[in-house]
Design a protein around this ligand. Sequence first.
Ligand code: UD1
Length: 414
Amino acid sequence: MKIAGGIPLKGVIKAQGAKNAALPVMAACLLLRGGELALDNVPDLYDINTMNELLSALGVVIEKNADHVVFKVPDELSYEAPENLVRKMRASSLVLGPLLARCGRAVLPLPGGCSIGSRPIDLHLKGLKQMGAEIEIKDGVVYASTRGRLRGRRIYLDFPSVGATENLMMAAALATGETIIENIAREPEIDNLADTLKCLGIQVELDGAGGVRIRGNDQASSGSCRVIPDRIEACTYILAGVMTGGEITVNDIIPAHIDSTLAKLEEAGARFKVRRNSVIVYPVKRLKAVSLKTMPFPGFPTDSQPQMAAALSLAKGVSMVEESVFQARFLYAQELNRMGADIKISKDVAIINGVEKLHGARVRATDLRAGAALIIAGLAAGGETYVEDMVHVWRGYEAIDEKLRSLGAQVELA
Ligand code: UD1
């Protein structure tokens, strides 16, 4: 993407459906036997296409009409996730729980590491074993099976992993009796999955304090649900508005989902108004440095850390940004430094010495959110920025070039 920077953004856009909510909710269709799951507000993204390919490979028939997608699930499903798709997207591991619960077997190549750090699925496997699954790992492939149905029980997660919570909730949906999972992730995407499971006829109660109780059924029934708005995409645009000294409105969001980011922006001196379903950003000259640490929800999201760091690279003073969720999520720093930022990494902390100006440069998106951070930095920088490896960005941002152009940005795809 070629960006002619330095133009304050102006206008109104709407947030897309959330990638990270859509992926597990789509995987939940595998719980059906001869039924349908209809979803609204499904974003058009590479990762969503990968999940569509994976579900198709397992036997699901998918009918798309803009953001309305219907998943038709036959009586018989394949239980082997193809390696090429699992390699493309780590979230492919979300099919493990529902496939095992529904087919009694599942084969999943291990997703392996990725550029933001090692991402094991040991917590997923531990929980499934506790529910009675037999799990064997041979040559990097997980073979899971169960004699009869999985068994509901109490599970305590050692860490509130988003993916493990989702996989285990889906597995519990078809288990015998009641499953109680403690210390679960509390991200809004979990509520969206709970609502979807309820639409499929499963009793699910989130206690709001890190626990969920699920009464398993012997089968799921057809249903329909809506994907929540993408809080990370919304914050990327809000930060782009702030960084360019622009005046923009981001509509169709749930402000309560982005409280931690808005709180940090307020502390940094940004001006904005929060309405029922939107945020309006007003221009400010320069942010003040702030410090933050990423944490599971409702803490500051790791997925907004690179974009926030980009904004803080122009703030007055020194900001400390600590990453506590992933081990290696600072690869964007050396790219931002090519644009004139002054960021030093010391273990899990980025020390950001705010500069007055950034300048355009040729930079490389090393992962999805790193790419987003470089794009918004490019919008605020003087001169031209080229962001290479946009393939990462398309995994999570629908029509980002068109949306930015509608806000007055000069961006072009090469
Ligand atoms: C999800 C999001 C991702 C986000 C992350 C944290 C999706 C598709 N992806 O990823 O965008 O950055 O939540 O908010 O929703 N861990 C283990 N063992 C496990 C599982 C996780 O050690 O079995 C560790 C991971 O290595 C990582 C941390 O726990 O350090 C958080 O991972 P997790 O919450 O599981 O993230 P994902 O579900 O992979």
